[in-house]
Design a protein around this ligand. Structure first.
Ligand code: PEP
Length: 241
């Protein structure tokens, strides 16, 4: 199974979403294919997107680390489950770096999602500084261990390896780096006796998708910029069928 998951971030109006879904209509998605498409959309559009469910997984980009109560502006895991979402992204590098989310926050968010059996897509990845200082593996190892601490590891999860220096830069990591790093993540997961799918994210586009998606241990892609365009988004997945 390969996952093609778009992350719209804080983009699109309702009108642009209508254009996007119209754009999808010209494509035939093969039945029984082993490719699963999904979209993580802004909260306010989640209910409207449920029309696509069945064909696409629909998910949120973030969840509160708290349960319910006096947390103005927050959205709880219970609410996400209540509106029937399929998944939720946790620990995206923009949350970690722009909103100071710590490994402990990420761990709490995963716990909240597990309480409602919601599938998490856990993002991990090193900064440019860490990459250049050869710290990628120690950073990833720490991110994985702290995120999974105290969780029920038998429940489903997807891991997205997203080198921070490749996100939104137009410059994806090389196939060699992706192969080496995802093999390392697989070993770390095996040591914990789990076998979660591993996605790669960071400037995936129709031109580099085929090479990336055929790398051993890469079970799909998390796509930012290119997922905003229905043609590019579908083309990325179509290299698999
Ligand atoms: C992302 O934000 O998860 C991402 C991978 O973005 P982009 O594809 O634009 O690099």
């Amino acid at each position: 199974m390969k996952y093609i998951i778009g992350n719209w971030k804080m983009n699109k109006t309702a009108g642009e979403i209508v254009e996007f879904t119209r754009g999808l209509k010209k494509y035939k998605f093969p039945k029984n294919s082993n490719v699963i498409f999904g979209l993580a959309v802004p909260y306010v559009y989640l209910l409207g997107m449920s029309k696509l469910q069945g064909h696409f997984l629909i998910g949120a980009q973030n969840v509160s680390s708290h349960e319910n109560g006096a947390y103005t502006g927050e959205i709880s895991a219970e609410m996400l489950a209540d509106v029937g979402l399929d998944f939720c992204i946790v620990g995206h590098s923009e949350r970690r770096h722009l909103f100071n989310e710590s490994n402990a926050d990420v761990n709490n968010k995963l716990k909240r999602l597990q309480e409602y059996d919601m599938l998490p897509i856990l993002c991990i990845g090193e900064t440019l500084e860490e990459f250049e200082a050869n710290k990628t593996k120690s950073v990833l190892s720490e991110q994985i261990k702290s995120a999974l601490d105290g969780l029920d590891l038998k429940k489903e999860m997807i891991i997205a390896y997203e080198p921070v220096w490749a996100i939104g830069t137009g410059k994806s990591a090389s196939a060699e780096i992706i192969k080496d790093t995802t093999a390392f993540i697989k070993d770390e997961l095996n040591a914990l006796k789990v076998d979660y799918p591993i996605l790669y994210g960071g400037s995936v586009n129709p031109a580099n998708a085929s090479e990336i998606l055929h790398i051993e241990n890469v079970d799909g892609a998390l796509i930012g910029g290119a997922s905003l365009d229905s043609d590019k988004f579908v083309q990325i997945g179509s290299c698999l069928y």
